[in-house]
Structure formats: C-alpha cells, structure tokens
Design a binder for this molecule. Structure first.
Ligand code: TXE
Length: 478
C-alpha cells in the first residue's frame, strides 16, 4: 500500500516523488510506503490552508460543531480499522488499540463538539463602559504528533483547532502514518471542506522543521520528546508563534504504608507497563514505603509476570512490541546500564520467554531494584517497559524523591487515606496527579507538565484558548 499526503482535499503524491518504508515493529514486515515530503509539500499545504481559512473561519461555531460530529460519525464507522492500523504501525495489542486508541480518537471530536457549545461570551462591566472579549481563530496552525498514541493525540489537537475556526497543517510521526491517512479517507467521504485539514507525511527533520519554520503558520502544538521540543521552541520563539509543548515524563508511583496492597500492585503495574511503558504518563519509578516494601514488591512481581507478552494481534496479549528495533536496543542499553550500576532485575529482561520472532521489537516488562534514586535509569525517560523500585521511610522523603527529576508531568499516590494522598500530591512538582488511580481522565481538565515536561496545557477550555486569539473591545457608555 502507498500512502499519499492530503492537501487541499486531494490525496497528493510528494512533489519530489520520494517515499519511506513504514514497518510493523512486531514482525518487521512492510506496512506501507509513505511520502518523504519536503519543504515544497509543506508550502503547498500552507497555501491550501490559507485559501480555506476565509470560508472556514466565517462559519458559525454551530456549523463547525456539526462538522466535528460528522467526522466523529465517520470515524465510528471505521473503528475496527483504526484499531487494526494502530496495532500494525505500533506493535501495541489489538485490545488496547480498540479500548484506548480507537475509542479516544472518536471521543476527542465528540467531546470538543460538546465542549465548544459551552463557551461563554466574556463581558466586563465598568462604571462607564463595557468590555467585550472576542475570540478569533489564530489562522493556519501546525500540529506535530508522536507515535505512541497516533490518532488519539492527533485528534486531541485537530478537534479544538477546527472548532475554533483555524485551518491545519498536521504531521503525524513517520513511524505511525496510517490512521492520519484513515482520517483523510473519512474527510474525503463526508465532503469535508477542502484545504481545512492538510496532512503532510514525512520526517521530523524535514517536514516537522518546515512546519515550525513557516512564517505563515502562526501556532505550533507539539507532542513528542523533550530534546525535539527544545528544537521546536528554539525555532518558533523568535517568530513569536503561539507554542504548546507536551513533552516527556519520568513519573513517580508512590505507595504509602497504609495502602490496600493488592489494588496498589495492580495499579502500579498498569501505570508502569500500559502500552509497553510508552505513554508520557507512565509511572516508571515506583517509590515504596519501607514498612510494606517486601510484601508489596512480591505482589507487584506477581502482577507483572501474569502479563502476557506476545503477538499484538492475539486478543489475550497484554504487552506487544515496542515501536522499533532501534527503540528496543535503546531500552536494552538502559537495562544493561542498570545491571552495571548494581541494579537487581526482579523480573523481565532475559527471564521472560518472548515471541520467537527475531524481527520483532519485543521487550519483556522489567522491574529493577537497588538503584540509587538519582541513577540514570531512575531519572532519564526510557519510554519502554522498564520501571525502577525505590524505598522510602517518610512521606517527606517520598516527595523529595519524586521531585528529583528534571521532568514534571504526572504521578500517582496510593494510600488508604485520601487526605494524606492529596497532601502528598500537593507537594509534587507535576501537572497531573492521581490518588488511588492512574490515567483516569476527564477531558475538561488541564493536561500538561512543568520543568522539562513542557509548556502550556491542553484539554477543555485550555485547548480552546490556545487555538484562539482574544481581542478586548471596550465600548464607552453614551
Ligand atoms: O520523538 P520525537 P522520538 C520521548 C521518548 C522517546 C523520545 C524520542 O523518550 O524515546 O521522546 O522519541 C517530529 N521539528 N517521547 O524521536 O522526535 C517527529 O517526526 C519538528 C515522548 O520518536 O520528539 C514526530 O512527528 N518536528 C513523547 C514528533 O516530532 C520534529 C512521545 C515526535 O517525535 C523534529 C514520543 C523537528 N526538528 C516520544 N524532529 C510523549 N510526550 O508522549 C522530529 N519531529
């Protein structure tokens, strides 16, 4: 299969005629060829988005909401295809792709359709005048997304950008192009206005960079690695573009001594290993109270060893492959580093029998104990199925250990005492904290991190604000 760009409502080959292979990381087979697009393709997409802007931005919000609902309906009909394509592009289990990726990609459109209805007109009355705050679209916006939750994260940006009246240039990860292409097929099938959503496929260093550099793209919403985020920020800042950066995480899962051990062990295992640990919210450093350490760790190892690593297409698979052989090698190099630093592998790595497929990028869920809290494996984002375990004696010590990293995205606290959990959560330098749960999301709430985890918030009103410019009109009374 050959995927094309989607520019001005048409499936369009890359101008230079170059293509890249898109491989299935679970077996090394070729999924498709995708455009290796250039600056020229981005320019052509920007021209289409500029022409479409005038009509799209003039629609009423209700008309745009109606289009979001049509997209959600179109995706709903292709739900099984979304899950299959995500499974083939990423190597994630099909059941996870159905439950999380397909479901949320559709919900993002229906959620923002509903949420945009609640936008209130802002008015500020003075003694002798009234201020009217007007929302305008930003213009042509650039959306750049990663490979871990492909359509889920792309639709999380497309839906609010659309409903606020912007036109879009989007670039999915070169490793996961297929569901963005499926979205274009849906747009085509519903006669969606041409040029409003343009998808340019290709590499970050060419297409991504061209989007960030383009003077007529006025806002950049980026989700990806922290190092890439720095490049994006450096390029966009001197052009005074609006910028939203959702970057990496190295999140703590804190197990307090008063917890129900069995449910905390389940929660910690899920937080560490969902999607093979390739979620920026994953809890990859597990901090355990001294008093319950051994009992908890035994239960956790049991939970992790019950996870079935295998063919992502099989329904009973819990852990599929990671995104690529290169990523597998990077993860293994961290496990080797941990061993050389005296880390004890409690489970995983070579102890688990993996699918007998030499071309698959499989890594067993791995738990490592005995590392210092500031060792590289405990503070750097591995972004794979690897979690380190550390002991603490007081809540204050747990908080200090949680805050030691350069990241500040998320975290979870597990306790029998809600007030104690909230008190600990309050002192963790992160944008998103859970008590006795993990990845429990209300899409109206702010989502984003501090420190090296990024700048800005997405979700509900925060997304609608990012994709609008506010003007204040002050009218003096007669
Ligand atoms: O991400 P990149 P990579 C972390 C994780 C992972 C590391 C690297 O630790 O191991 O990042 O992953 C595009 N200008 N996360 O290299 O490169 C790229 O094509 C503009 C955490 O795969 O950040 C893709 O579309 N764009 C993260 C997107 O950026 C550029 C999820 C993200 O890819 C670009 C993924 C450039 N110069 C990885 N270079 C999370 N926060 O969830 C690349 N891109």
């Amino acid at each position: 299969m050959q995927i094309e760009n989607f520019i001005d409502g048409k499936f369009t080959p890359p101008i230079d005629g170059n293509y890249l292979p898109n491989l299935n990381p679970a077996n090394g087979e070729l999924n498709s060829m995708i455009p290796d697009s250039s600056h020229d393709d981005v320019n052509s997409a920007v021209n289409a988005a500029k022409s479409a802007f005038s009509n799209w931005s003039k629609l009423t919000i209700n008309e745009r909401i109606d289009w979001l609902r049509q997209i959600a309906d179109g995706l709903e009909q292709r739900k099984a295809d979304i899950a299959r394509l995500e499974c083939e592009d990423t190597g994630k289990p099909i059941s996870l792709a159905e439950r999380v990726d397909a479901e949320r990609s559709i919900t993002n459109f229906s959620f923002f359709a509903d949420h945009a209805k609640s936008i209130a007109d802002l008015e500020f009355r003075m003694d002798d005048a009234t201020n009217y705050v007007i929302r305008k679209p930003v213009g042509v916006v650039g959306l750049i997304t990663p490979w871990n939750l492909p359509l889920y994260l792309l639709s999380w940006k497309i839906a609010p950008a659309l409903v606020m009246g912007n036109t879009i240039i989007a670039k999915p990860s070169e490793l996961t192009p297929s569901t963005a292409n499926l979205l274009c097929e849906v747009l085509d099938s519903i006669d969606f206005p041409k040029g409003v959503i343009n998808i340019v496929q290709g590499l970050g260093s060419t297409v991504g960079q061209a989007i960030v550099e383009h003077p007529e793209i006025r806002a950049i919403s980026f989700t990806g690695g922290t190092e890439t985020g720095k490049i994006v920020a450096r390029t966009a800042a001197p052009m005074f573009k609006k910028l939203s950066l959702e970057l990496g995480g190295k999140n703590a899962t804190i197990i307090l001594d008063d917890v129900d051990l069995a449910s905390a062990a389940k929660g910690a295992a899920r937080a560490a290993f969902t999607n093979s640990g390739q979620v920026c919210l994953c809890g990859s450093r597990i901090l355990v109270a001294d008093k319950i350490y051994h009992e908890f760790v035994d239960l956790l190892v049991e939970e992790v060893e019950a996870m079935k690593v295998g063919n992502p297409k099989h329904r009973d698979t819990d852990i599929g492959s990671v995104i690529s052989i290169a990523h597998k090698d990077k993860i293994h190099s961290y496990i080797d580093l941990a061993k050389s630093e005296g880390g004890e592998i409690l489970t995983g790595s070579e102890f688990t029998i993996l699918p007998s497929n030499a071309n698959g990028a499989f890594v067993a869920p791995t738990l490592i104990a005995n590392l210092n809290i500031d060792s590289r494996c405990a503070v750097e984002e591995i972004f794979g199925p690897v979690a380190t375990i550390h002991r603490f004696t007081t809540d204050e010590e747990a908080i200090r250990m949680a805050n030691i990293t350069q990241y500040g995205l998320a975290g979870s606290i597990w306790t029998g005492d809600r007030a104690r959990g909230v008190a600990v959560a309050n002192q963790i330098d992160s944008g998103i904290l859970w008590v006795n749960t993990w990845l429990h999301r209300d899409l109206r709430t702010p989502f984003g991190g501090v420190k090296n985890s990024g700048v800005g918030r997405e979700g509900g009103d925060w997304s609608l604000n990012f994709f609008s410019e506010l003007s204040n009109i002050c009218v003096k009374d007669d």
